[in-house]
Design a protein around this ligand. Structure first.
Ligand code: MSP
Length: 525
């Protein structure tokens, strides 16, 4: 039976339009899902929206809408964006779904019964008109960050989850499961910053607002944020409502993809909740960095926000996804600049990839009337070196992606693209043709087509449309020649005819003009 692969995105706060940074978690998760699917695994991807809480309630009130009307509208917008980005998820959970709320209540009850939750007081600085608590650091000039008015110290009754009880178990778990946290340095951050100094108990209910899941045994409380949000990963699979189908099949998750700002919740609180429920823990939590702008975080007030739709409409989906995935290092934040976006487009996609395809298709047409020669079985030294390089790159790609080094895995593919371009210069097919070295010329054409086929398969999880375009132009129709397994074959192409006229996939952009265009987008309010 095929391996299963269950991957999740964070569930999004529907508090505003998603920009290219927010879309990143989903683009990564979906690419990983497609990669595992291509490898023949039974993949399942969950995404959704995190719809409760005071902030949502306040935003809705300001718009004169009920919270439900507001979140319905926003969840619809999220689905529309994912459709535009061709994101193929298997389920979309909303924390306002009845299937979720009922199970959250059961889970909360169980925590209470087990004595994991106790009643105490939530203390903080409170803005009366906004009805919101803030911490000292959230204040702007000592005042409410939303309305600028004075805040007052306040306390309210709340339930707390006893995290301390589980701290040692968590440390032991980290120790025994080296793959639980990717990249590894995030684990040390958790230990040094939060666990070693003494884990604080977590506030899990509130009484100062009511847009949330009611605590059954104490209905003036609503469940507060993380018990409600994190449990989506299991409620969506039917935990405690239909445990024998999806939950049985897919839990534990193979990967939770999360941004660095929510690492703590996924690496500390979520494993502890699962321990309290006596459930297995996810195999890996992959923590990614952030997409930043030159002047820091994206924000409307700074006038530096870019929305995915804006890039997609002008440059296409694949170019947009390629940039996001390629420009995010594992060890630090990625930076979006109009210049780097256009460079990636002009160099990686147009010069390197698209030109390789064009040159190859044109030569096969010119020298062999479009018919791809057969593999000759006795490659010469230059051809053999290319074959070995290619197989080596495929292995490197797999190592990197299996270790969640997404940008590096793309780099390995582009190394193969560059090496294949270099092979054309090395073998100089035009000279072989002139000197009538037909056997050698045939072998060069075969190797070029074979490498393009492999490149198309390798990029498929990230750039589906570009991958299909390459395969179509080089005449690969047989499904067996599009599989992951077929990547390691080097001799199976027979009766392949390339299209008559190469169609450029990416045309060189006028850099200055396009940089100006993107800068204008960023200024738009
Ligand atoms: N609702 C919580 C998650 C609950 S999961 C049980 C939440 N939502 S969010 O909408 O604020 O963030 C969603 C995702 O977007 C997070 O992974 C966050 O890190 C990511 N990003 C937000 N801005 C980002 C960038 N600028 N760059 C990359 N990712 C960013 O947190």
């Amino acid at each position: 039976m095929a391996n299963k692969f269950y991957i999740t995105t964070p569930i999004y706060y529907p508090s505003g339009k998603f920009h290219i940074g927010t879309a990143y978690s989903t683009v990564v998760a979906e690419s990983l899902k497609r990669y595992h699917e291509l490898k023949g695994e039974d993949s399942y991807m969950l995404t959704g929206t995190d719809e409760h809480g005071q902030k949502i309630q306040t935003v809705a009130e300001k718009l004169g809408e009920t919270p439900k009307e507001y979140v319905d509208k926003m969840a619809k917008a999220a689905k529309e964006l994912w459709a535009k980005m061709n994101i193929k998820y298997d389920d979309f959970i909303r924390t306002t779904d009845e299937r979720h709320e009922k199970v959250v209540q059961k889970i909360f009850d169980r925590f209470m019964e087990q004595g994991d939750i106790y009643k105490g007081y939530y203390e903080g600085l409170y803005c009366v008109p906004c009805e919101t608590f803030f911490t000292e650091t959230q204040l702007v000039d000592g005042k409410c960050p939303d309305c600028g008015r004075e805040v007052v110290p306040m306390k309210e009754e709340a339930y707390f989850f006893n995290m301390k009880k589980y701290a040692d178990r968590l440390l032991k778990y980290y120790d025994e499961h080296p793959d639980f946290v990717k990249p590894d340095y995030r684990k040390q951050e958790m230990i040094n910053n939060f666990i070693k100094p003494g884990l604080e108990d977590l506030c899990v209910s509130r009484t100062s607002f009511d847009w949330g899941v009611k605590v059954l045994k104490d209905p003036k409380h609503v469940v507060y944020v993380w018990v409600d949000a994190l449990t989506n990963y299991i409620t969506a699979l039917g935990y405690l409502s239909d445990d024998d189908t999806l939950f049985k099949k897919y839990w534990p998750a193979d990967v939770h993809v999360v941004g660095k700002d929510i690492a703590r919740f996924h690496l500390i609180y979520w494993p502890i909740f699962l321990m309290a429920l006596n459930l297995p823990l996810p195999k890996t939590v992959f923590v990614h960095n952030w997409i930043m702008m030159k002047d820091g975080k994206m924000s409307k007030s700074k006038g530096n926000v870019i929305y995915p739709e804006q890039l997609i409409d002008r440059y296409g989906l694949d170019a947009t996804k390629y940039f996001l995935l390629r420009e995010m290092p594992s060890s630090q934040d990625g930076i979006f600049t109009p210049e780097s976006f256009i460079d990636r487009y002009n160099f990686d996609l147009c010069n390197d990839l698209s030109n390789l395809l064009n040159r190859t298709v044109s030569m096969v047409n010119k020298y062999f009337e479009g018919q791809v020669p057969k593999y000759n079985g006795t490659p010469n030294a230059v051809d053999k070196e290319l074959e070995d390089y290619c197989i080596e790159q495929i292995k490197k790609f797999e190592e990197k992606i299996n270790n969640f080094e997404i940008a590096n895995s793309l780099q390995e593919i582009w190394n193969l693209v560059a090496r294949t371009n270099k092979y054309i210069d090395e073998t100089a097919p035009w000279t072989l043709a002139k000197e009538e070295k037909t056997e050698e010329l045939k072998s060069v054409m075969y190797h070029l087509i074979e490498n393009l086929r492999k490149i198309a398969i390798l990029i498929k999880p990230f750039m589906d449309d570009t991958s299909e375009k390459i395969l179509k132009q080089i005449g690969i129709q047989d499904l067996n020649l599009k599989t992951w397994k077929s990547l390691l074959d080097y001799d199976k192409l027979e009766n392949i005819k390339v299209i008559e006229k190469a169609e450029p996939m990416y045309m060189r952009l006028d850099a200055e003009k396009e940089i100006g265009y993107i800068k204008d987008l960023m200024m738009k309010k």
